[in-house]
Design a protein around this ligand. Structure first.
Ligand SMILES: *Cc1c(COP(=O)(O)O)cnc(C)c1O
Length: 404
């Protein structure tokens, strides 16, 4: 019998009964909550306002300043923020918006909530961002918006997309859930699209448990967003307790408010965003130097004009050089204690979308090819160098075993 690398001794795959690289699973992303965060939350719990109070405004002002936008409007989740942005942009029944299929389904779902239809355009083969040429090709008579996504934390090609939006009279919405603190030609993400949305889910850079934000320079959009998250009512509950009691509901809105409790956590976390981004850059650089020579992997890269926020570290497998597929390799990594993940299953391949819009296979061949190869390696700012080295050891073992 012929022994292959990885079948004997300490190199045996954990999936085949070997000793795993790690005892406990290294998450692909997770929050960091420090004692100061907890103190800030407790202070609000002892105060008069658990929601619609002053800490909401403080968090919004601090966030707007951080991303260079005139307004920041908080929401109860990143998904609610997207819904708000689609509402503020005025999309409704029969309207269409061009977006990427390589995103979390919430990006496209927000269009459906308002009766609009997503049109999926393909991504570019290097950064996997919405390809401006494909966007142009997807425009139609009913197109009202472009919804770009800063995949993995790398800003979308915003100048090109803005130009397309301007020429065609469209609203540019940017789902920047992955990219707070990212820079595009030296400008912060959050200051570049008509409406930019963020998420504060625990795997994101800044967490409030659940939460989201929309930033905009438009007074009108900001006013619409504030009404939308508050049932469509023009005045806040706090204003009605101290001023006029009367209220007018002028839009069909929702209760999408973020609490003061959550905003206190967000404010404390936001202060650490610069350090958080710097640490993610270090981790990305360490991955790049450790994994560069590994056959079978294509590493994510940053373009000259951009500073990625490094939300994810998605590598692509050169399947032609491996005697396996992505799913088996991912399972082998998890057996080693490395919580690798996939971002994302293409939105139009989700059962709900297939049922509703039919089989769109082939409409984004670059994204489809990438989807088969993508593995997100662990990436979060509280990761240690030793964690990165564990990922390297696991990858060497697993790729060594499956090398052709
Ligand atoms: C996290 C995320 C969302 C949704 O945010 P929630 O806060 O979980 O609702 C939307 N789009 C993208 C790209 C995301 O990563």
């Amino acid at each position: 019998m012929v022994w292959r690398v990885g079948e004997i001794g300490a190199d045996r795959l954990a999936a085949h009964g070997g000793t795993p690289v790690r005892e406990t699973l290294l998450a692909y992303g997770r929050q960091e909550v420090l004692p100061g965060d907890i103190d800030a939350v407790c202070e609000v719990l002892r105060s008069d306002w658990l929601t619609t109070g002053p800490v909401v405004e403080r968090f919004e002002s601090a966030f707007a300043a951080r991303v260079g936008a005139r307004h920041a409007v908080s929401f109860s989740s990143g998904t609610a923020a997207l819904h708000g942005a689609v509402f503020a942009a005025g999309l409704g029944d029969g309207d269409e918006a061009v977006t990427t299929p390589l995103t979390f389904c919430a990006t496209a779902n927000a269009l459906l909530y308002q009766g609009a239809t997503p049109r999926f355009a393909d991504v570019d083969p290097e950064a996997l961002l919405l390809d401006p040429e494909r966007v142009r090709g997807a425009l139609g008579a009913r197109t009202r918006a472009i919804v770009a996504v800063d995949y993995a934390g790398h800003p979308a090609p915003l100048h090109e997309l803005r130009e397309i939006a301007r020429d065609a009279g469209l609203v540019l919405i940017e789902d920047a859930s992955h990219a707070p603190g990212a820079l595009y030609h030296d400008a912060p993400v959050g200051s570049l699209a008509d409406l930019t949305t963020f998420s504060f889910h625990p795997v994101k850079h800044v967490t409030t448990g659940e939460g989201g934000m929309v930033t905009t320079d438009s007074d009108e959009y900001a006013a619409r967003l504030r009404r939308f998250r508050n049932h469509g009512i023009a005045t806040s509950g706090r204003e009605r307790q101290t001023g006029r009691w009367q209220y007018e509901m002028v839009d069909l809105g929702y209760n999408y408010r973020l609490t003061d409790v959550a905003c206190a956590l967000g404010l404390a976390q936001l202060e650490r965003l610069p350090a958080n981004l710097a640490r993610r850059r270090e981790i990305a650089a360490r991955y790049a130097s450790r994994l560069r020579d590994l056959p079978g992997l294509v590493l994510p890269a940053e373009r000259d004009h951009a500073r990625s926020a490094w939300h994810l570290y998605p590598v692509r497998l050169e399947l032609e050089r491996l005697a396996t597929d992505r799913d088996e390799l991912l399972a082998a990594l998890r057996a080693e204690g490395i919580g690798a993940n996939v971002h994302y299953r293409l939105v139009y391949q989700q059962p709900y979308y297939r049922e509703r819009f039919g089989d769109l296979s082939g409409c984004a061949p670059v994204a489809e090819d990438a989807e088969r190869r993508l593995v997100s390696l662990p990436m979060y700012h509280a990761m240690t160098d030793a964690d990165v080295d564990d990922v390297e050891r696991a990858l060497r073992r697993v790729l060594g075993y499956f090398a052709r």
